[in-house]
Ligand binder design. Structure first.
Ligand code: C2O
Ligand code: CU
Ligand code: CU
Length: 465
């Protein structure tokens, strides 16, 4: 990932720091939190600007990026259930953009879909209320017609955390980890090959990936932990196309949350898959001895068509290093058995069933047409959607505005109930979801969340009425 010299430098700097203090340095920086300009209780009012900036994303190089408030990732929107949110947005980019509040349940006009583009130099206010029971980890990103991938890859993405009034987990150290990957030219610029070149075509086919794997805009940061400590990590996959299989070799992870927040029972897992735009919450246990080291990695996952599969697809990549303090172990915090009840959506009240067929670049045989409505659903009803992937590559399905539950995959009932807004549909597989169209009439996108696929037209429009 890093040139060897760079690695050696980092390790030296790291061990020097170790010698001078008992705890290793926390090199994983949290994104800044957006400043709340309102003094009214339960109102969060923020300013957000998307604009070109120059940042050292890749160590030692300066990159022309597009950034929210000058930062990559953008600042975190941190709110509570029940809050009213007002975002004063300014587009200082040279092209149209939007902000999509991925996973939020809000009016269609506030959803930042490509229908509501903000022109260069334009301003808009996004206003929405965060519902009760919506605590979880979300994120925001641009969603303009055909340019979502480009703008995210230029640096436009940020976290959105909704806190519950009474969080069922004990108050332990919490971290937000926003995963993204990128690829740079030798001069430090973001590498976008000519779309007609072979490299450009592979980017469209696979979705654009890069060899440099970032957490919160940092390469291979150090995360300090103490023996016995339990940390809560909220993880967002902001990569345009890379799917991560997260693991800490030598120990298990406690999986507690998904797109729409915590689920019922913590699950002990070896690794957890996180497709594009998905979120997971895990509890990381400090099972190592004082002074020990561990690695937070992404394991190989074959989402690819065999024809365009990258050569290094079966390699494990380190994302961060876990460094134990030399202090003696502490007693681990107690984790409750039941975290947050998730009521099942009633399967006996299904008003309609819809079928979404994925082929390469197409949904139900068509590409996106902004003037077409692909599906209509009545507000207040419940539907089952079946998503069939007919091709030899995974495609993560995402629906705007309405959270759903997974019923089954290839006919096998889903074991754990979770709130989801995105589900990866593996090659040649079929997934059925159930969704209740509460509250809002309007036009909503549904699409493959490999952003290059979405930009190429692997998207449709649902109208709720
Ligand atoms: Cu994450 Cu249509 O979006
Ligand atoms: Cu979305
Ligand atoms: Cu796709």
């Amino acid at each position: 990932m890093l040139p060897p010299a760079m690695n050696a430098f980092r390790i030296l700097a790291f061990s020097a720091a170790l010698q001078t203090s008992q705890s290793p340095p926390d090199t994983l920086r949290a994104p800044a939190v957006m400043k709340n300009l309102s003094h009214v209780p339960h109102v969060v009012e923020v300013d957000l600007t998307a604009a070109p900036a120059r940042l050292a994303l890749y160590p030692g190089k300066v990159t022309d990026v597009w950034a929210y408030n000058g930062q990559v990732p953008g600042p975190t929107l941190d709110v509570n259930e029940g809050d009213s949110v007002i975002v004063h947005f300014t587009n200082d980019l040279p092209e149209a953009t939007t902000i999509h509040w991925h996973g939020m349940h809000l009016a269609a006009e506030m959803d930042g879909s490509p229908i509501y583009a903000v022109p260069p130099g334009g301003r808009t206010d996004y206003v929405f209320k965060v519902g009760l029971g919506r605590a979880g980890t979300y994120w925001y990103h641009p969603h303009p017609d055909k340019r979502s991938g480009h703008q995210v890859e230029m640096g436009l993405y940020g976290g959105l955390i909704v806190h519950a009034a009474h969080d069922p987990l004990p108050p332990i150290t919490e971290k937000l980890l926003i995963l993204s990957d990128n690829r740079f030219n030798p001069d430090g610029s973001v590498d976008f090959p000519d779309p007609n070149s072979l490299a450009g075509q592979i980017d469209v086919e696979n979705g654009r990936e890069g060899p440099d794997l970032f957490i919160n805009g940092q390469l291979d940061p150090v995360i300090p932990i103490r023996s016995g400590e339990i940390q809560r990590w909220r993880i967002v996959n902001a990569s345009a196309a890379r799917v991560y299989r997260l693991s800490i070799p030598g120990q298990t992870l406690i999986w507690v949350g998904s797109d729409g927040g915590l689920f019922e029972h913590p699950e002990d897992v070896h690794d957890v898959l996180i497709a594009n735009s998905e979120r997971v919450e895990i509890l990381v246990r400090g099972t190592g001895a004082p002074g020990a080291r561990a690695s937070f990695v992404t394991l190989p996952y074959d989402r690819y068509d065999p024809h365009t599969r990258p050569a290094d697809w079966d390699e494990t990549h380190e994302l961060a290093r876990l460094a134990y303090s030399t202090l003696p172990p502490i007693t681990p915090a107690a984790i409750p058995d039941v975290v947050r009840p998730i009521p099942a959506i009633d399967t006996t009240q299904v008003a309609a069933t819809k079928v979404v067929v994925f082929t390469q670049g197409l949904i139900n045989g068509r590409t996106m047409d902004m003037s077409r409505v692909d599906f209509r659903s009545r507000v207040g009803t419940t539907e089952i959607w079946e998503i069939d992937n007919l091709v030899a590559m995974d495609h993560p399905f995402h629906l705007h505005g309405f959270r759903f539950q997974i019923l089954d995959r290839n006919g096998v009932p889903e074991r754990v109930r979770r709130w989801k807004d995105t589900v990866n549909v593996p090659k040649h597989q079929s997934v059925r979801i159930i969704v209740h169209f509460a509250d809002f009439a309007g036009k909503w996108m549904f699409h493959c969340h490999i952003l290059d696929h979405e930009d190429e037209g692997m998207m449709g429009i649902l109208q709720t009425y």
